[in-house]
Design a protein around this ligand. Structure first.
Ligand code: T4K
Length: 414
């Protein structure tokens, strides 16, 4: 940004007046799309060395040596007895739900990725949508307690954006209800709660290792648990129900992690501390540059806990002249591929909208947050300079919100 606050996009566009915005015909601020959570990648030479090992041994999947090594290293890092790898996080959740024999109703936040609701629905269970806490945006323990019925078999909290749920309050509710407590820890690899790594809380914690996550295996997931019997059951269920060489003890699925995925995990694990440091630096750059923009707030991570700070999440004042969706539209035109995660809340997506139309009335915070969040390109692949440029662009847009509003309206009117 220059002294007058204009954005110098380095060959892209300097935003001096409205006509410079790409949505009004100017050149985009970024020549190529800047994605939310562009995947990290460790050292390619490390990855190739792991591939060479698989080539030599001709062992490509089915509890291979790389997957076995990754399981051990992850369990050590998470300080948990078992880390059962799977082909993705959704499969990890589905296997856990089945292994625990959940039935009836399961309470989940509506403000989360839709996969958990789908897992429950497809297993013939009822997802009961809970509101989120207005401050932490994780599942609201007070509302959760009121949703418990005799049919509740589990509560599943999401450690949203890597910030832990109210683990203790949820533990007390689950214990009272005689229900399991699970956590969707898809965002929380590398986060701590009360100084301890997330992964050990509740009956089990479920991770996604999708390419866009802070730690990834291209596609992948895991169940972290201290429950030996559950881990044994999950290992069998992810492999068709096999126990031992050729005995089948139950109906299982194929949810194994292949060696090439494990190779990426081992590669990424080797550079994870450096990756997280870059991710935190990008978040810091954003936090500084966005601090004084009127009508915009940046989600803060907890100062006394560790987090990769992989997500850069901002909210817009609902009274601002431009709506959240209009700001996202302006950013997209500039090649800043910001996202509206998790709009509009699972309960307003099908089939839940049709099945449970009454849910909406009890979820005011979900509605408000889902309507105001913008997730900006963050993580280790975003440089401090890019973070500053995106922030400068947002400042320009919000400082000129009224005239932009006018031009958008004029364009729309016949
Ligand atoms: N729980 C939570 C809280 C989750 O966030 C997720 C997954 C799960 C559970 C389920 O875990 P998995 O079964 O997926 O392991 C993406 C991911 O597909 C999904 O894994 C993720 N959450 C969700 C939040 O994001 P989309 O529909 O946003 O994906 P897509 O293709 O739009 O990609 C997101 C951005 O990343 C885009 O701007 C493009 C960019 N990108 C993506 C990929 C795949 C890249 O730059 N490179 C890439 O390789 O769902």
């Amino acid at each position: 940004m220059d002294e007058s606050g204009n954005i110098d996009a380095g060959g892209g566009a300097v935003k001096v007046d409205l006509g410079d915005l790409a949505i009004f015909g100017g050149a985009p601020a970024f020549p190529v799309p800047l994605h939310v959570n562009r995947p990290n990648a460790g050292a390619r030479a490390d990855f190739e060395a792991y591939l060479d090992r698989a080539w030599q041994t001709r062992w490509f999947t089915n509890d291979g040596p790389l997957a076995t090594e990754l399981e051990a290293r992850l369990a050590e890092r998470l300080a948990v007895a078992h880390c059962v790898l799977t082909c993705n996080g959704t499969a990890a959740m589905a296997l856990t739900v089945r292994a625990l024999g959940l039935s009836g109703e399961v309470i989940i936040p509506s403000y989360t990725f839709v996969s958990t609701a789908h897992v429950l629905h497809l297993a013939g269970l009822r997802p009961v949508f809970c509101d989120i806490d207005p401050v932490t945006w994780t599942i609201d323990a007070g509302h959760c307690a009121r949703l418990v019925t005799a049919r509740t078999s589990a509560l599943i909290g999401t450690h949203l954006w890597g910030r832990a749920c109210d683990v203790e309050a949820l533990g007390a509710i689950a214990a009272d209800a005689g229900a399991h407590l699970l956590f969707d820890a898809a965002h929380a690899f590398g986060s701590t709660h009360r100084g301890l790594p997330i992964g050990r809380f509740g009956t089990a914690e479920i991770f996604s290792f999708h390419a866009t996550k802070a730690f990834h295996t291209f596609e992948g997931g895991a169940v972290a648990t201290n429950d030996d019997a559950l881990a044994r059951e999950l290992r069998s269920a992810r492999n068709f129900g096999f126990v031992g060489y050729d005995a089948v003890a139950e109906a299982g699925v194929n949810a194994k992690m292949s060696e090439i995925h494990a190779a990426m995990g081992l590669t990424n694990l080797a550079s994870l501390d450096a990756t997280f440091a870059r991710s935190r630096a990008a978040h810091e750059a954003y936090s500084e540059a966005l601090a004084s923009i009127e009508g915009l707030s940046v989600l803060r991570y907890y100062g006394d806990e560790v987090s990769s700070r992989h997500y850069v999440v901002v909210t817009l004042d609902p009274d601002a002249p431009l709506t959240r969706d209009e700001v996202v539209q302006v950013l997209h035109a500039e090649n800043v591929v910001a996202r509206r995660y998790f709009h509009p809340g699972c309960h307003r997506l099908e089939p839940y909208r049709t099945l449970y139309p009454e849910a909406d009335a009890a979820l005011p915070v979900t509605r408000r947050v889902a309507a105001s969040v913008i997730v900006l390109p963050g993580g280790a692949e975003v440089s401090a300079e890019e973070a500053e440029r995106v922030s400068g662009l947002l400042r320009f847009v919000l400082e000129n919100a009224q005239p932009i509003r006018g031009r958008l309206d004029a364009r729309r009117s016949p």
